[in-house]
Design a protein around this ligand. Structure first.
Ligand SMILES: *[C@@H]1O[C@H](CO)[C@@H](O)[C@H](O)[C@H]1NC(C)=O
Length: 544
């Protein structure tokens, strides 16, 4: 017996034996009672380090205490978000804990006490009306196509998600507690992110990091952040109150390859940002599905963030304004005042700092004693202005014309030469650099410049300064708002540039229309170097 091998005191042994005795006599003791056994369970913020033998002892002593006053006790299963692993003794709980909603936005739902049996997510509640419409939480996890048939097939069914009353749940999975038979519910302890989307998008650095986990961080941070309208808090990088840790990420609809991108940034990011999180994939989820397929057993997730790409697209912000699933999580939390440091990306800083620390990046040198602008009182200027041009000229597609590239490099070189040693230009060919080198270069960048493409995803790793800027070059007439939205959400200024014409949101007539004209993906994109160099100079010198 493993328990006896651990160091138990004489008192512990007595308690264990007493507990066993109680378990033995429990059925008899309860025979005359009039109301069900009621155990007060405090699921409050217990430290996660409680060792299993102690936990078991706590449980038996609770039962001991309960049996002496069976008549008066009342059930109180408190429903706080659990911080750290739960200590809920679900095996013997007379009532399975009800599911509750901690926070929700379309495609992003943070539950306490969610269940899963045979691949159906189960909400145990006597008041289903407390929950959002199912189609805003879950979908059938098919790859998305823009056809009416596919859109209809992605609507959730009763097999995607369902509601059970507490009585129904007890009938389905409850044990005969009075006769010492435990509930058939198995707690997947700790805090989980459950990703309900196929590999279609997850295989891309942008979609996994700058979309999915950008949204996870906004939502997770926001759900545990007190609402505030304090403008000062909006302008600070942190540190802010830390949310509970993420112990586990389940990519339920894709295999181990399906969430990894070709260059390997997704794996780098996941391990660097969440070094202690377990990652499960489709095969692991299938194991859990198959062994509960008979429906008489269930998994219990004490705290789980369910992310669902199709459900996010059913929300107004993602569906009709941004096409960014993260936008639902971010805008929802921002509207409630639950993102700390919202104007400078403070809520994202813990993730970025963890990744940059892994990459060997030291915090950015910032200039002190800079004049303070009323609009941006807290972020200092960088000690050095670093312009990084991510060149795609050795990539497969979406290149500048040969003359445009040469003209751009010449104009940028001329600019930094004129400005002297407090300016620096890096022309970065990502293909020829290690991941560490790429992140080190981007982390110290003030002005990030590049043709629309995955390389610009690195903008989420820029260390913010007062004038941090992304300049995205498009084929004339083309526009996509992946990087525009992401930069803005971090408080980074974004310019779209078409040859010699620049535009930023809030200046002129707002955001351009999304369009992918012929030539968008081609290798003949024009860029007028002198105009772009002038834009950079104006942004830095005149803080336009
Ligand atoms: C790009 O801008 C320059 C400067 O205004 C202009 O001379 C050139 O014709 C433009 N190129 C294209 C393809 O529009």
């Amino acid at each position: 017996m493993p328990i006896l091998r651990s160091k138990l005191t004489r008192r512990d042994v007595v308690l264990v034996l007493l507990g066993a005795l109680v378990m033995h006599f429990l059925p008899a003791l309860h025979q005359q009672e009039t109301s069900p056994v009621e155990i007060h369970i405090d699921t409050g913020r217990q430290p996660p380090q409680a060792a299993p033998p102690q936990r078991w002892l706590t449980q038996t002593t609770t039962l001991l205490a309960t049996t002496t006053r069976v008549e008066e006790t009342t059930t109180t299963v408190t429903a706080h978000p659990v911080v750290g692993p739960t200590l809920l003794p679900i095996d013997y709980a007379p009532e399975l804990p009800e599911t509750s909603l901690v926070a929700h936005a379309p495609g992003w739902t943070l539950f306490k006490n969610l269940y899963m049996s045979g691949d159906t997510l189960v909400i145990v509640t006597n008041t289903p009306s407390d929950f959002p419409e199912m189609r805003l939480m879950a979908s059938t996890p098919l790859a998305a196509e823009n056809t009416p048939e596919n859109i209809a097939m992605r609507e959730p069914t009763q097999y995607s998600m369902t509601f059970l009353t507490t009585e129904e749940a007890k009938r389905q999975w409850g044990g005969d507690i009075r006769n010492g038979r435990r509930n058939r519910v198995f707690s997947v302890e700790g805090n989980t992110v459950l990703v309900n989307e196929p590999g279609q998008f997850l295989r891309h650095y942008y979609h996994l990091v700058a979309e999915l986990f950008f949204g996870v961080q906004a939502f997770w941070h926001g759900a545990f952040t007190e609402p505030s309208t304090d403008a000062d808090r909006d302008e600070t990088l942190g540190p802010h109150a830390a949310p509970p840790p993420i112990h586990r990420v389940i990519f339920a609809r894709t295999n181990a390859d399906g969430w990894r991108d070709g260059p390997g940034f997704n794996a780098y990011f996941m391990r660097a940002a969440f070094p202690a999180a377990d990652i499960e994939v489709e095969e692991d989820w299938e194991d859990r599905v198959i062994i509960t397929a008979s429906g008489d057993r269930a998994w219990h997730f004490p705290l789980v963030l369910l992310t669902d790409r199709s459900a996010a697209h059913r929300g107004a912000i993602c569906g009709s304004q941004t096409q960014r699933i993260a936008a639902e999580a971010y805008e929802g939390m921002r509207a409630r005042g639950q993102l700390a440091g919202v104007r400078v990306g403070g809520w994202w800083d813990p993730v970025r700092s963890a990744v940059l620390r892994f990459a060997g990046v030291e915090p950015l040198a910032l200039a002190t004693a800079q004049p303070v602008l009323a609009t941006d009182p807290r972020l200092p200027m960088p000690a050095k202005i670093i312009v990084t041009y991510i060149s795609r000229q050795s990539a497969g597609n979406r290149k500048l014309t040969v003359e445009s590239h040469a003209g751009l490099v010449a104009a940028l070189q001329d600019l930094v030469r004129r400005k002297g040693p407090s300016w620096e230009l890096n022309v970065m060919e990502a293909e020829k650099m290690t991941k560490d080198q790429q992140l080190q270069a981007v982390a110290r960048t003030t002005i990030l410049l590049g043709v629309h493409g995955n390389g610009l995803t690195h903008l989420v790793m820029m260390q913010p300064t007062r004038i941090s800027t992304v300049i995205e070059m498009f084929y004339p007439g083309g526009f996509a708002h992946d990087y525009q939205w992401t930069a803005r959400a971090l408080g980074i200024r974004h310019y779209a540039v078409w040859n010699d014409t620049a535009r930023t949101e809030g200046v002129g007539e707002g955001k351009p229309r999304v369009d992918y004209p012929d030539g968008f993906q081609g290798n003949y994109i024009p860029a007028h170097g002198p105009a772009i160099a002038q834009l950079i100079e104006d942004r830095v010198e005149r803080r336009i």
